[in-house]
Design a protein around this ligand. Structure first.
Ligand code: 13P
Ligand code: SF4
Length: 318
């Protein structure tokens, strides 16, 4: 879209959201134009909190399906709109309800902890929900003698097991195709090209596991490596004295990093790390959803009631 057209559309969206008293929430991976019209931009946990706290009765959620569902579960009295109903998530698709029920049958006494990147139906089967920014704290809150079923992300699961020292965690072998595609080789290449850079890495990345061991055995002694959620990454780079950063997550995050830190340099660990689901949300679709108040996300009450138990347990811990 031409810059002029985009700017006109943005003005119209800003006018309309005020007129209709709609709040726009956007995930950190949204395209820059969409982030520009949002009232709040953040990670999964931050956006869930905003969804619960905002006074507006309508939330236009610029993100993917599971995020909009979570907002609808937390705020059943609000109308939640998703600009494109096909904006899904490969990670959330990596486990079905039947698979989870069968897994739970194998470990009847285990506590089921599920990442927020799951469908509402899956959340209804969980004891606890978690996000990348609070998964360690959620697992720490569970008595040590209790077995844990952690799903669906295997890289986040291994990270949490390592950080908590838990030996009784069973981890589902799911992954996000975007983060799994950021390999240790990508990171090594960037390390070699930017000697004084700091590394910020999302725990869903496949490079997280080998890097954790490298950090533990001192191979990164002269480097700073931090494993963080997207909002955690932003806070970290804003506060750090370093000038250069290699960022291992979906590339949408670079927009806010560069905006908030014009004197620092940010390079993606992999230029290919783009989530096509997040990128399905365009200004035109945001405008349409706002004008016609269409694509309402609703979760059946009995599923929402069960799912909200796991989500609220998480919100109380973090
Ligand atoms: P966070 O923004 O919560 O770190 O999650 C990343 C992600 O992959 C969301 O789809
Ligand atoms: Fe799902 Fe991965 Fe896209 Fe996040 S980046 S929405 S986890 S597919």
């Amino acid at each position: 879209m031409l810059v002029q057209q985009a700017s006109k559309l943005k003005d119209e969206i800003l006018r309309l959201k005020k007129e209709k008293d709609v709040v726009i929430l956007a995930h950190n991976y949204q395209i820059p134009d969409v982030q520009d019209v949002a009232d709040f931009t953040g990670d999964s946990l931050g956006l869930s909190r905003q969804a619960a706290a905002v006074p507006q009765k309508t939330i236009l959620f610029c993100g993917v399906n599971f995020m909009a569902e979570t907002a609808a579960i937390i705020s059943p009295d609000k109308k939640v709109l998703l600009p494109d109903l096909d904006a899904g998530c490969s990670l959330s698709d990596s486990i079905t309800v039947d698979e989870l029920r069968n897994w739970k049958k194998q470990y009847p006494d285990a506590i089921a902890v599920g990442y927020v990147n799951t469908t509402a139906e899956i959340k209804a089967e969980l004891d606890y929900c978690c996000t990348s920014s609070n998964a360690v704290n959620v697992v720490k809150a569970i008595p040590e003698n209790k077995e844990i079923l952690f799903l669906p992300d295997m890289f986040l699961g291994s990270y949490v097991a390592k950080m908590t020292g838990r030996k009784n965690m069973h981890i589902w072998a799911g992954e996000c195709h975007v983060h799994a595609g950021i390999t240790p080789e990508d990171v090594t290449k960037k390390i070699d090209s930017m000697k004084d850079a700091e590394f910020v890495i999302h725990p869903e990345c496949s490079c997280t596991t080998p890097l954790m061991y490298d950090v533990a055995d001192g191979s990164f002694d002269d480097k700073k490596v931090s494993i963080l959620s997207t909002e955690g990454m932003l806070k970290h780079v804003n506060q750090s004295d370093s000038r250069n950063f290699v960022v291992a997550t979906e590339t949408g995050i670079l927009y806010r990093m560069r905006q908030q830190n014009p004197n620092k340099t940010f390079i993606p660990a992999s230029d290919k790390a783009e989530c096509q689901y997040m990128k399905m949300i365009t200004l035109e679709k945001v405008y349409d959803a706002l004008v016609f108040e269409k694509n309402v996300i609703s979760v059946p009450k009995e599923i929402a009631d069960k799912a909200s138990l796991a989500i609220n347990r998480m919100l109380e811990i973090s």
